[in-house]
Design a protein around this ligand. Structure first.
Ligand SMILES: [Zn+2]
Length: 316
């Protein structure tokens, strides 16, 4: 076997997922081992790196780590060299040279770090629902809102590796402050965390009664189906805002595919339906024509697969 061991990692604020990939007889890369570990107990860079090393060792099952190629998708903003993590709010990190740290613990393995959404988008493009879409806009509405771009078959990361911050597109009339510190971001009304905060306030004002559970987007989705007027108006507002931001980006880029994913959109088909309906209305006709809207198909495998594939392309 002359292919080096290939590992992909997805590092979030709760868990690390690791996968080992091998090339099948038909030439495609496929996952042959998966591991997952919690990082909740120790979110320090060394603690997270140690968890990564353990999961990598388990995935390798005796293979030599020093010859491995390791791609890491990480939820954070990276420096242009992609070694340093400038800001990872979920991990509580600022200016951490995570790539070097992990490499030093892996006895010379080749390590490359990417933004988590870039990894996910690349995974879906190379092995999932977005295969064949050489011009692709991906937008994931989960806790926050993130974006990724494939342009002419290449991952587009921008000059400082931070392209895709579509969640911080501004709209008039949004007064809540966003996690980025600014006012007017779409994420501050349509991101899952922002929605949950708003639902707490609105329940105190008398809306969405009937359950004592902490409210989230799924509760709104169910209330819309049950004919709740408040929930219906909220989904109209959120879908309209999302579709305006997406329509502007589609007009700018003229992608062939729009990959819409993330926990909020995956779990709320009515919100998704209204958002796509709004796109048909707001997107300039020449860019709407021929555009395909798709949903992710790889689930939690997309991040580790994409990170591994990106790292392999750098270290061939
Ligand atoms: Zn923002």
């Amino acid at each position: 076997m002359n292919q080096p061991p290939l590992i992909g990692l997805d590092v979030g604020g709760t868990n690390v997922r690791a996968a080992r990939l091998e090339r099948r007889e038909d030439g495609a890369l496929a996952i042959v081992a998966r591991r997952q570990g919690s990082v909740r107990a120790d979110l320090s860079p060394t603690g997270v790196a140690t968890t990564c090393v353990q999961l990598i060792d388990e995935s390798l099952n005796g293979l030599d780590v020093s010859s491995a190629v390791v791609g890491v998708g990480l939820a954070g903003q990276l420096a242009a060299d992609r070694d340093r993590v400038l800001n990872a709010p979920n991990l509580g990190w600022r200016d951490v040279a995570f790539g070097s740290l992990l490499k030093s613990l892996l006895r010379g393995a080749k390590v490359a770090v990417y933004n988590d959404l870039s990894s996910i988008v690349w995974g879906e493009y190379r092995a999932g629902a977005a295969q064949g879409f050489d011009d692709l806009l991906a937008v994931y509405v989960g806790t926050g809102i993130g974006g990724g771009l494939i342009l002419a078959g290449q991952l587009y990361e921008g000059f400082a590796a931070n392209a895709g911050e579509i969640g911080h597109s501004k709209l008039p009339g949004i007064s809540a402050r966003c996690g980025c510190g600014q006012i007017g971001c779409i994420e501050a009304i349509a991101g899952g965390l922002a929605l949950e905060r708003r639902l707490v306030e609105d329940r105190a004002r008398g809306f969405l009664q009937g359950t004592s559970e902490a409210l989230n987007a799924s509760h709104v989705e169910r209330a819309v189906a049950a004919g709740d007027v408040y929930a219906d108006a909220l989904w109209t507002e959120v879908s309209e805002s999302l579709s305006l931001v997406l329509a502007n980006a589609i007009g700018l880029l003229n992608p062939r595919g729009l990959l819409l994913g993330g926990g909020v959109l995956d779990g709320c088909p009515e919100l998704r339906r209204r958002t796509v309906e709004g796109l048909a209305k707001h997107t300039v006709a020449v860019a709407w024509r021929g555009l395909e809207v798709v949903a992710p198909s790889l689930g939690a495998d997309a991040g580790p697969m994409g990170a591994a594939m990106l790292a392999l392309s750098e270290h061939r």
